[in-house]
Design a protein around this ligand. Sequence first.
Ligand SMILES: Cc1cc2nc3c(=O)[nH]c(=O)nc-3n(C[C@H](O)[C@H](O)[C@H](O)COP(=O)(O)OP(=O)(O)OC[C@H]3O[C@@H](n4cnc5c(N)ncnc54)[C@H](O)[C@@H]3O)c2cc1C
Length: 381
Amino acid sequence: MSLADSDFIIVGAGLYGSTIAERLANEYNLSVMILEQRNHLGGNCYSTIHQETGIEYHQYGTHIFHTSNETVWNYIHRFTHFNGYYHQVLTTYKDQVYQMPINLETINSFYGVNLKPFEVRQFLAREIAKENILRPQNLEEKAISLLGRPLYEAFIKGYTIKQWQKHPRDLPTSILTRIPFRTNYNENYFHDKWQGIPEDGYAAIFQKMLSHPKIQVHLNTDFFSIRDQLPQNTVIVYSGPIDRFFEYKFGKLEWRTLRFEKEVISVEDYQGISVMNYAEETVPYTRIHEPRHLHPERNYPQNETLIIREYSDMDDGSAPYYPINDEKNRKLLLKYHDEAKKHPNVFFSGRLGEYKYLDMHQTIENALDLFETRLCPLFRQ
Ligand SMILES: Cc1cc2nc3c(=O)[nH]c(=O)nc-3n(C[C@H](O)[C@H](O)[C@H](O)COP(=O)(O)OP(=O)(O)OC[C@H]3O[C@@H](n4cnc5c(N)ncnc54)[C@H](O)[C@@H]3O)c2cc1C
């Protein structure tokens, strides 16, 4: 199948591009060509087996599937079963472990008290009143106005400095619209109806999604290296970075990135949980992942385990992870949106095309929506 023979070109074999390709081929028997610059399917959801230990890990950070959207849950179930994993996060501060997000257990252990749920708000109100911040001007003030200084200093300040390489005083309030905290002992990280880890890993999902004979995937292929060969008006679903499509003509959208450092440790269980945050600024990494805990149903080695330290940094353009939701970038994005309107045959989509943090269930939801409302009408006369 050549470029000219394809009904659709899809840039990116991540969850967005793969959902669109799967729908077009399976619903309408259309020819789809996917161009993916990496050497694997799955985009940032990709999982692979660590050679030395045999433990499956998520190459771009731990991914837990969670949703309350029944359509999305039914859709993803066509390609995988989920194990019974449910996500819980702990954080280490000054050699003590606390539950995250902040809940009654966190507050009681931190203050050495035994509050009941109905006493928490009044207790925190006393801390908050000490600084009386009515109109928070930056992230530090916002956090203190919601939690009080002691909890802010322990759990927000150092972690935020490590994430952003900036003091919370120098970050806008818009970065943090709310601080999730619970007045009960609920330790379930997500509020969603369903969650889990794909039993056979994420990579297997993408193999199944893209198995239709009319879907052709070209790995190690940068869209921009073949862009000139495309017939005019080819319909393109573009899930790459929107600013790159326009050769950064207005400037680069900024991202934060992550760096991961693997280590094999000669114990069966290093930290007893899949993700442990480190709240203090003096610990250079933000979290440690221990992927064996994502698959409690598997037989993993008893004499060794894999841990992955996560470091946060500003992106140099090579590995965009988290968009920066500040005024400067929002204004820049609007300029690219205006440019995008001049290309009605190109659908800018996914986390890179929309410059938006999207969870996996939102990515699928958006892709199914684009398929139904924008792509189907193109050929459903
Ligand atoms: C650290 C981290 C942890 C996360 N954890 C969770 C979680 O626990 N649960 C959850 O629901 N979601 C999580 N997410 C979100 C999840 O990763 C996204 O929802 C999902 O990856 C979005 O899919 P996508 O297809 O839009 O983007 P991507 O996965 O980034 O796919 C885009 C693809 O396009 C390719 N591409 C880009 N430009 C070009 C080009 N020029 N030519 C060819 N190919 C190109 C890229 O190589 C990439 O493979 C997390 C995200 C991050 C950053």
